[in-house]
Design a protein around this ligand. Structure first.
Ligand code: UDP
Ligand code: MG
Length: 322
């Protein structure tokens, strides 16, 4: 029987410092996987338009190690695009997605493979059970996000779920069949279904380099998740509209009665000014929410590619043979 292949997809953006450590760690893990389960491992790095020496580290690794492949983007398209490109190009029977900074312990791959071997699950995914080392404000918003998301969307997202997971080919094909431009993988993995086993792990510190996520970036990413997997904000806007209409009717009634009983002395303009500003603000806010959905639709209908490649390991090999 031909031995099975595990593809490990690694999105990299400015990971020059972390990559040598990552490669070392994965070499060891690959050997362990081969010894224990006699399965081969390929490493598929996706260079997401890095500005440092990431690409040259990858070129060198692909030249010297047979199981290393890489794709390089023409610019930075984001981790979501990098994961998609990796999934499209992975050849393995099992596919893993893993960060380059060793925050995802490579030792867990054996555990994940054992879970999928049992045949009961199509996905073994890591779930962070602690948030040590993370700024408290970020943890707070993160928790709120999972709360809100699970309340307003049919797609359930497990708290602390990360992209670090091993999937069967079946599940990978399902994920690839969702070709949307605005990708939110946490939602997509959950949307495609399949049985997932959650494996808890403790938060690890990055080995080198620094995180690419700013607080603002994460907030926008969370908003993308909500817009991508729930239309509840639109319903909320409609309810708010109805509520304000009812309020204004009641107010009109009050004014009519007051005028009939006490006459119509001039006055009340400050409250009027407040009301006009309040309603104006509300309208703009609601239009903003509508606009957000419209903008996403606009980007989807353009059908732009999710990423653009500038180089792959195969190109490099071809040019060498010339
Ligand atoms: N990453 C990427 N493109 C980006 C940002 C990040 O491919 O635009 C990669 C990055 O190189 C790393 C992974 O995504 O391998 C996770 O990024 P990071 O460690 O910065 O996120 P954090 O762990 O802090 O959430
Ligand atoms: Mg990280």
């Amino acid at each position: 029987m031909e031995s099975r292949l595990i593809s490990v997809i690694v999105p990299c953006y400015n990971e020059e410092a972390a990559l040598p450590l990552f490669l070392d760690a994965l070499r060891k893990t690959s050997a362990e996987l081969y010894d224990e389960f006699s399965c081969r491992t390929e490493l598929l790095f996706v260079d997401d338009g890095s500005r440092d020496g990431t690409l040259s580290v990858l070129r060198r690794a692909a030249k010297t190690e047979r199981n290393v492949r890489y794709l390089s983007f023409s610019r930075n398209f984001g981790k979501e695009a990098a994961m998609y490109a990796g999934l499209q190009n992975a050849k393995g029977d099992y596919v893993v997605i893993m960060d380059a900074d060793l925050q995802h312990p490579p030792g867990m791959l054996r555990e994940m493979f054992a879970v999928l071997q049992s045949g009961e699950y199509d996905c073994a995914a890591a779930r962070r059970v602690s948030r040590t080392g993370e700024p408290p404000l970020r943890s707070f918003f993160s928790r709120r996000f999972y709360r809100v998301m699970n309340r307003i969307s049919d797609t359930e997202i497990v708290e602390g779920a990360c992209d670090f997971r091993m999937m069967t080919r079946r599940m990978v094909e399902a994920v690839l069949s969702l070709k949307e431009y605005n990708r939110f993988s946490k939602g997509i993995f959950s949307w495609v279904g399949f049985r997932t086993k959650w494996l808890p792990f403790e938060n690890q510190e990055r080995v080198a380099g620094e995180t690419k996520w700013s607080f603002w970036g994460l907030l926008l990413y969370a908003a993308q998740g909500i817009v991508g997997f729930s239309t509840a904000p639109l319903v909320l806007v409609a309810i708010l509209g109805i509520f304000l209409c009812v309020c204004s009717l009641l107010m009109a009634l009050y004014i009519v009665v007051k005028t009939l009983l006490f006459g119509d002395p001039v006055g009340g303009w400050p409250s009027m000014a407040c009301m006009v500003t309040f309603l104006g603000g509300m309208e703009l806010f609601c239009m903003g929410i509508l606009g957000e959905y419209l903008a996403k639709t606009y980007l989807e209908v353009k059908r732009r590619p999710i990423y653009v490649l500038s180089e792959t390991d195969e190109d490099a090999k071809k040019s060498e043979n010339f």
